[in-house]
Design a protein around this ligand. Sequence first.
Ligand code: WQD
Length: 339
Amino acid sequence: MKILVTGGLGFIGSHTVVELQNKGHEVVIIDNCSNSSADVLDRITKITGKKPVFEQFDLREKNKVQDFFNRHDDINGVIHFAASKAVGESVENPLLYYENNLSTLVYILQQLTGKSSTANFIFSSSCTVYGQADELPITENAPVKEAESPYGNTKQIGEEIIRDTCKVASGLNAISLRYFNPIGAHPSSEIGELPIGVPQNLIPYITQTAIGLREQLSVFGDDYPTSDGTCIRDYIHVVDLAKAHVVALQRLLENKNASNYEVFNVGTGTGSTVLEVIQSFEKVSNQKLNYKIVGRREGDITAAYADTTKANNELGWKAKSSLDDSLGSAWKWEQKVRG
Ligand code: WQD
C-alpha cells in the first residue's frame, strides 16, 4: 500500500518509515526539515534498500498540501508526525505551536475527507494529554486533563479535531496513538534521536553527558513521592513504538477497527524513576554518569506509565525492548554520531 508519512525524517517518523518498508509498503515522506535533515533519507535507504519518495515543503502552505494530494490521489493511509514538540518552546511561543500543529492537521484532513474513497489516518498523540493521572497505570479511559503546555494542548485539540471530523466525515477512519516516552535508536545505528542544541529530554542528555559533550546531568528533583524521590516515566524503545504505528495502520487497512475513531496508549506498561534510568545506563555503558540533584523542573508530573491492556489485546501489539536494551541502543547511537 502507498502510505504518506508526514515528518518522516524525524526521530519517530524515520523509524516508522523503516518498519513500513519492512512490511512492504510504498512510503512517501513530506518533511520541511525544520527539525530533521535530508540525509536521514539516505540512512533509511541504507537500512531497507528502498528509497522513500520525499517531498520537502511546509504543511502550513495550504496550496502545497492541496497540490500534493492532487498529484498523489492513490494514498491508502496517512501517518501524521509533522509537528513542533518542545514543551518549553511551546510555552515561550504558543502561537507558533497552535499554527504549526493544528493548521497542518486541518489541511491534511480536508484533503482526506469529502471524497468517495475511505481514508485511513494515524495521529501522533501523547500521554501528555493525561497530565498527572489520578490512577496508575494509565488507561485510555483516564480523563484528559487541562494541558500543562501549549504543546500538550495541541495534542488534545488535535485529537478533538480528528474525533469530530470522524463523526461527520464519512469514510475517515482514524487512530490516535498516545505515546509515553520514546527513547533509543535503530539497532543499525543509522537513525536515532538528533536533538538540536541542548537536549530537553532525559535520555539524549544522559548520552551526551556520557560521551563528554555535556559536563553534568542535572536531575530535576528528588523530593517527589516515589520510591527514590525522582519522577517516574514509561520509556519505550522507538522501534517498538514504530511497529505500533504499522499495526495500527494495518488495523484500518483491514477494516478491523471497532469504530471509526480509536485511541491507544503506547508504552511498555513499566515505570522507571530517573535514578533507575541512570543506574541502568551505567550498567549498559559500563561507566559512571556525572550527575547532580537540582530543583524540580516547572511543569513536570510525578509519575506516568501506561496500562497497555487495550493495545496488547485489541491491536495485538506489545513492546519488546527492556529499559537496558533501549538505553544500550541510545548509547550505541551516541557513540556512532559523536565517535
Ligand atoms: C523525563 C524525566 C524530568 C531532563 C516530554 C514531553 C512529552 C514527550 C516526551 C513529545 C522527567 C527528568 C529530564 C534532564 C531530568 N515529548 N529530566 N533531567 O518531560 O516526561 O516528556 O518528552 O511528545 O510530551 O512532555 O520527558 O525526557 O523531558 O523528562 O531530570 O536533563 O527526566 O524531570 O522526570 P517528559 P523528559
